[in-house]
Unconditional design. Structure first.
Length: 78
């Protein structure tokens, strides 16, 4: 049935004490040692540019998937 060893007989997952993790503090912040304000600004601008490009790509992909879903939803008149 594909159930693992951590699946209870009623089908629910069980957790061990080791599987619970504490939340990370400052997630996503990468400290850079000896970084000048100009270097920090350049790094953040480059990161911002990359994130904007990724956002545009994801928006385009989402729109394509929406149009495909709409097309295939209408094509299921068997």
């Amino acid at each position: 049935l594909g159930t693992g060893t951590r699946t209870a007989p009623d089908g629910t997952r069980t957790r061990s004490a080791r599987s619970v993790r504490a939340p990370r503090q400052n997630a996503g912040v990468v400290p850079v040692a000896d970084e000048t304000p100009e270097q920090r600004l350049a790094r953040l601008e480059a990161e911002n540019k990359a994130l904007r490009a990724e956002k545009t790509k994801l928006e385009t992909e989402r729109e394509i998937l929406r149009q495909a879903a709409k097309y295939f939803a209408g094509a299921t008149n068997w």
